[in-house]
Each structure stands twice: as structure tokens, then as C-alpha cells.
Design a protein around this ligand. Structure first.
Ligand SMILES: Nc1ncnc2c1ncn2[C@@H]1O[C@H](COP(=O)(O)OP(=O)(O)O)[C@@H](O)[C@H]1O
Ligand SMILES: [Mg+2]
Length: 475
């Protein structure tokens, strides 16, 4: 999961929890408020009834109370909650809202009322459909019947339907609003997060371009431009730049070491070769001595080649290419001519004369020389040098019918010092640096190289070069 998706999910989740908590709290507060005012209402109504009773009037409930108040006055002759719950006290008066119904409390409610003098409870009045639920306030009162005071109970109730409906309506509205808010936040969050995380992706993209194809580090590592804001991205870039600087230093030290070592090795090698040459040419030698000196000479020459290859490779990246439009056919024929002398087989050139490439003549010659000498070393009888243009580029193929390369070696062929058969290739005078140099040269030209091969059939190296327009003819 991407960081962006995770942040979006987390934020939306947190918001959901916050909205839920807020909803529950608001629902509770609203419920309390509504029930509270209903209770105040009932207490007031009961006080009014008591006032009317004290006035001593008889038909008071009909006259003095709001029509939608459910109220009943019950006379209690025997304080037995079970009996009361079954039959109620003797009903003295009932408000019109009750109609034929009676307000009968539960046994516990009657007991509490008788014990404590007042009670809050709920009563369900039967009617069509679901029963009507009333919130009922009961209190003890004194009623006078024929001048004698009796113990009575006053019950007043109001439907809680309204409160419940209001609460349900609130819950529905709140849920809808919360969902809308969530959706909006989720939709807005994505582009906002994308904007916020843009610098990170930019850093990643920059870091990716630093590392060349196949993870090869370029010679020069440029530090990333530091963002102006002092935020996390800024400190990431600074940390990355510190690392890059150290990497660059290590790289430079490595190149310097390689160059120094190659230079230092050259001097003794030249001396060895000079003296061996002198001994071989100018001094009387026994056959055994001559043979030994020939070996010394051959090995010193090979080492000389190795050293110059190393030097060459260490300079990749600092090469000064001098690209110019070159007729590819000329390059191929030049290589053909040079190698035909040292080769019994045949080198065939197949390329159109109007293929032009943009390249450095000497470096490209080095490429052909390396590929051709590899083909010869592989025992090729025929080598084909072919070229054709494709989409603004020129593809060159060097094909041979030599021994071929086993498949498992193909991915490593362009690595430094990689040889298919160490002992055999060493004996053939190889260092394993040739193809690494070829690849570096071609990449410096903006091209790429790949290989196909089959054991026993032959090998084909193909590479691309940028094509060029032919230079204008001289006036
Ligand atoms: N045309 C080819 N046919 C068969 N094997 C090849 C060919 N080109 C290269 N190779 C193998 O790839 C290895 C690496 O080549 P290269 O980098 O030029 O090193 P070397 O210095 O050995 O020539 C060689 O040792 C050889 O075994
Ligand atoms: Mg080679």
C-alpha cells in the first residue's frame, strides 16, 4: 500500500471515530435535554392539578388542564402494590386524553410511589398498532371526598413519542451529514496528499536518475537541489546529499587509485620489455634461455595490455568524445581491412553507404577491434559486419560462426574481468575487460549493446548508435 493511501485511510478512520464519538455525545445531550423539559412539564402539570384539588373543585381535570395531558387521580384504600397494579386505585378523575383507558403502573412503580411519595415510570397504553408509551410522573396527594381527606395518587403522563422521533430524526440527519463529510474529506484528501507528497516523489525520481542503467553509478554525482522550505523533505534531501558527497569521494578515490596504479605499473613494464627485447636480439642465448625470455616477453606484453585496458576503463566518464557524423560503411570497411590480414577466414560487410552515425571515430574503431578480435579468438571462420537504420538510430551487428557462448554466461559478459573460461581465455590473451570497455564506449555515445549466442553456432553482438545527417558536401 502506498504511503498516500495509508495516510488517507488513517485520516478517514480517525475522522470516522471522532464523528462517531461526537454523534453519541450529541445524541445523549439532546435526549437528556428533551426528556428534562418533558419532566419539568409533567412536574408543573402535577403542581397545577394539586393547586386545583386544593381549591376543592370536582370537575377540575376536564376544565383546568391541557387536553393532551394524560392524568388520573386514584384513591387508595389499601396500600397493596400488587392489587393496585392489577386494578389501580379507585379512579376519581381522568383527563379526557385517557378516554376509556386507565393509567395503571407496574407493581414496583406503585411500591416506590407509596414508599417514597413520588415516582417516574413509563406506561404503555394499548391502541391500534404499537402501544402509546407515556412518561408518567406519580405523586401522593390528599383528596377530599365529602369533606373527609383520603390518601390519593396523582398520575400525570405525556407521550415520549415526540422525544423519540426527534432523537431518531437527529440520528438520521447526523449520520447523513457525517457520511457526506467523510466522503468529502476522502475525496479532497487524495489530491491534497498527492500535493503534499510530491516533493518525496521528486526526491525518489532524482535519486533514481543518479543511478545509471543496471545500477551502475555515474562518474559524477550531482547533489540534489535543496528545497527552500525547512521541512522533513528538506532534511531528507540534505541527508541524501551528504551521502552522495561521500559516495562521490569514494568513487573519485577509486578512480584515482586505478589510474595511479596503472601509471606506476607501466614504467617497470616498459623497462622489462626493453631489456627482454635487447637480450633476445643482441645476446647469444641457449635455446632454453631464449624460450624463457619469450615467455617473459609474452607475459609482459599481456600485462601491458591489461594495464592500458585498466587505465582506459578508469577513464570512462571523463572521456572527451568528439562526435562527428561518420559514414558507417567506412568504419566497417576500415575494420575489415585491418583484421583481414591477421585472419584466415572471411570478414563480410553488409551496410548501405548512406547510413551515417554520430560518433567518435577512434572510440568506435576500438569497439569494432574488440568485437572482431573476440570473434577471431572464438575460432570464427566468417564474421559478418551488418548495419541498418531503425527509427533515428542505427543498429550494428557483429556476427560470427565461432564456438558460441553458453547461455548462463551471457548476462555477465559485459562485467569487468569476466571471462567465460578463465584458463582458456587467459591463454588466448584475454583480460576480460574488452567488452566492459566496449559497453562503456557505446553508453558514452548514448547507445546500448546486447548479445545473442548459441553454443556451436556462433555469436552476435548488436549495438545501437545515434544516426546523423550526412555533412553538407564541401563547396
Ligand atoms: N564472439 C565471441 N564468441 C565467443 N565467446 C566470446 C565472444 N566474445 C566474447 N566472448 C567471451 O566473452 C569473454 C569476455 O570478453 P572480453 O570482455 O572481450 O574479454 P577478453 O579480454 O577475454 O576478450 C571472453 O573471454 C570470451 O570467452
Ligand atoms: Mg576481448
Amino acid at each position: 500500500m502506498t504511503l498516500r493511501a495509508r495516510i488517507a485511510l488513517l485520516t478517514t478512520g480517525l475522522l470516522l471515530v471522532a464523528l462517531l464519538v461526537l454523534g453519541v455525545v450529541l445524541h445523549g445531550l439532546l435526549g437528556n435535554f428533551l426528556l428534562g423539559s418533558l419532566k419539568r412539564d409533567l412536574v408543573e402539570a402535577s403542581a397545577q392539578v394539586v393547586r386545583l384539588l386544593n381549591l376543592g373543585g370536582q370537575a377540575l381535570l376536564e376544565a383546568g388542564l391541557p387536553a393532551d395531558l394524560y392524568a388520573e387521580i386514584q384513591l387508595v384504600l389499601e396500600e397493596d402494590p400488587a392489587l393496585l397494579a392489577r386494578e389501580g386505585g379507585i379512579s376519581l378523575q381522568r383527563s379526557p386524553a385517557l378516554g376509556a383507558h386507565r393509567l395503571l403502573l407496574s407493581q414496583e412503580a406503585y411500591r416506590a410511589l407509596l414508599d417514597r411519595g413520588e415516582v417516574w415510570t413509563e406506561v404503555a397504553l394499548p391502541r391500534e398498532g404499537p402501544p402509546l408509551v407515556l412518561l408518567v410522573y406519580g405523586r401522593k396527594v390528599e383528596v377530599r371526598v365529602g369533606g373527609t381527606p383520603w390518601k390519593g395518587l396523582l398520575l400525570v403522563g405525556r407521550p415520549v413519542e415526540g422525544v423519540r422521533a426527534t432523537l431518531a430524526q437527529f440520528a438520521r440527519l447526523y449520520a447523513a451529514t457525517a457520511l457526506l463529510v467523510l466522503l468529502l474529506v476522502f475525496l479532497l484528501l487524495r489530491p491534497l496528499l498527492a500535493r503534499a507528497l510530491e516533493p518525496l516523489e521528486w526526491v525518489a525520481a532524482k535519486a533514481r536518475t543518479l543511478v545509471g542503467p543496471e545500477g551502475a553509478l555515474p562518474r559524477r554525482i550531482e547533489p540534489l537541489p535543496e528545497p527552500l522550505v525547512q521541512d522533513e523533505v528538506g532534511s531528507l534531501v540534505r541527508a541524501l546529499n551528504g551521502m552522495l558527497l561521500r559516495l562521490q569521494k569514494a568513487l573519485e578515490a577509486q578512480v584515482r587509485f586505478l589510474q595511479d596504479a596503472s601509471h606506476e605499473l607501466r614504467t617497470p613494464l616498459t623497462a622489462i620489455l626493453g631489456h627482454v627485447g635487447y637480450l633476445l636480439r643482441r645476446t647469444p642465448l641457449t635455446e632454453a634461455q631464449r624460450e624463457s625470455l619469450e615467455v617473459v616477453k609474452r607475459e609482459a606484453e599481456r600485462m601491458g595490455k591489461l594495464v592500458s585496458d585498466l587505465l582506459e576503463l578508469s577513464q570512462t566518464g571523463s572521456w572527451r568524445l568528439e562526435p562527428a557524423p561518420l559514414r558507417l560503411l567506412d568504419l566497417l570497411e576500415e575494420a575489415q581491412e585491418e583484421f583481414s590480414k591477421s585472419f584466415e577466414g572471411e570478414i563480410r560487410v553488409e551496410a548501405s553507404p548512406d547510413l551515417w552515425v554520430l560518433g567518435d571515430r577512434d572510440r568506435l574503431h576500438q569497439v569494432f577491434a574488440n568485437l572482431l578480435s573476440n570473434a577471431l579468438k572464438a575460432g570464427a571462420k566468417t564474421v559478418w559486419l551488418r548495419a541498418f537504420g531503425v527509427e533515428g538510430r542505427v543498429v550494428v551487428r557483429v556476427e560470427d560462426d565461432g564456438e558460441g557462448i553458453p547461455e548462463e554466461h551471457l548476462p555477465h559478459l559485459f562485467e569487468r574481468f569476466y571471462r567465460v573460461d578463465k584458463a582458456r581465455d587467459r591463454a588466448r590473451g584475454g583480460s576480460g575487460l574488452g567488452l566492459a570497455i566496449v559497453k562503456a564506449i557505446l553508453e558514452a555515445h548514448g547507445g546500448e549493446i546486447w548479445v545473442e549466442s548459441e553454443v556451436g553456432k556462433g555469436t552476435a553482438f548488436s549495438f545501437t548508435l545515434p544516426s546523423a545527417a550526412p555533412p553538407p558536401p564541401p563547396p
